[in-house]
Design a protein around this ligand. Structure first.
Ligand SMILES: [Zn+2]
Length: 134
């Protein structure tokens, strides 16, 4: 939870910073066109800035939604899911690979801000299930 809080705070401050920077860009660009007759063209800098901000917002939302879906898919494939899907692969001596029956399962971090670990077969590379980082 504290990681999420950190990201949200960073995002808010980063967004404010970008807005201030772009406001400066828009103002200087609009001022540049002040020589001409006042009218629609006066606000073109702000219009471009608004377009740019909108584009950044939309692409950020799309990336965030894809990331959430990716992490949720991994969270759904946890050990309970694996046990229910492959009951024969969870033995008294531990977990074996459902594809090649290899008992050696390695754990690696998925990284990329997923805070998940993948449990994968060392022989065939099949990912069996995922667990959350502590
Ligand atoms: Zn295997």
């Amino acid at each position: 939870m504290s990681r999420l809080f950190h990201l949200v705070i960073l995002g808010i401050f980063g967004f404010i910073g970008v807005l201030l920077f772009l406001f400066g860009v828009g103002e200087s660009y609009s001022g540049y066109l002040d020589d001409g007759p006042p009218g629609l063209v006066d606000g073109v800098g702000y219009y471009l800035v608004a377009l740019f901000v909108f584009w950044i917002l939309i692409s950020n939302v799309r990336v965030a939604r894809r990331h959430v879906r990716w992490v949720n898919d991994m969270r759904a494939r946890d050990f309970a899911w694996f046990k229910a899907t492959h009951p024969g692969s969870v033995t008294r001596d531990g977990v074996i690979c459902p594809k090649c029956a290899c008992p050696k399962i390695h754990v690696r971090g998925v990284m990329n801000r997923s805070y998940m670990r993948a449990h994968a077969c060392t022989r065939c590379g099949e990912t069996l299930y995922y667990s959350r980082e502590a």
